[in-house]
Design a protein around this ligand. Sequence first.
Ligand code: FES
Length: 298
Amino acid sequence: MLNHVVNRFIDRQRWLEPVADFLQKVVGGAYKLLGKPGHDLKTFVHGTWLGHPLHPVITDIPLGAWTLAVIFDIIYLFKGTHGWISAADLTIFVGLLAALGAAVTGYTDWNETVDRERRVGIAHGLLNTVVIVIYLVSLIIRVTGGSRGLAIVLALVGYVLVLTAAFLGGELVFSIGTGVNHHAWQEVPTKFTRVMLEGQLTDNMLVKAMAGDTPILLYKRGDAICAISETCSHAGGPLSEGELDGNLVQCPWHASRFDVCTGQVKGGPATISQVRYETRIQNGQIEVRRSEDTLQPN
Ligand code: FES
């Protein structure tokens, strides 16, 4: 199958590893350098405010714009009408603007990846970076009155490469699961289910309990007991091993922050909130069930 061939090819490109090391230091370092505003900016770029990764929303724009540019260029080649070439130039420009946004959001999301997803991700990112350069050169030739034929050929090459990069992007999501909600398929109890003896829960501690096969994060303060998904929506980190800061729990893997009582995501890279559970005490046992107002669809 095509994806096996592509993945084997990427796995053999060992030079990607040092490049990925370097770029992760650059991307992570740039946000760190900005301090707290940098952290807030990074959360914004991930799409936490949207409840959905921002990157795939933006990537549709250059793909659409450059598809139109190919069509307009071809029509121009057959008809020779100047209007078509102006339309192609404009759509290439719009695609370039959006591609810059896609690059920023993409490299930011990729910065937290490891192993194979990091490898496929950097191949996807580098290919798209080459595409941006090709379209930029094509646009410069167009607006400076250079060879129209060369500009059209470059745009066609860029289009083939951007489709290849899009294939790798699909591979990342659909094969590897990058950016997918990591508790989307967990069995969530909708009826009250015992998870732990009340006496085993200590005040102000994060505790992992099990509702059947589903891990739950419990937190007790005074008489109140809160429960949310234990599995971080971002990449599956164990929230019970995270740090508590007031009402927020910080994931130990990539520092996403969630409200420990509502499950709402308060800081990226996660973009999706945790499942919130209602709790009650029955015969000294803590019981949980999915809250009807949980932000999770499952
Ligand atoms: S697994 Fe990445 S922030 Fe939790």
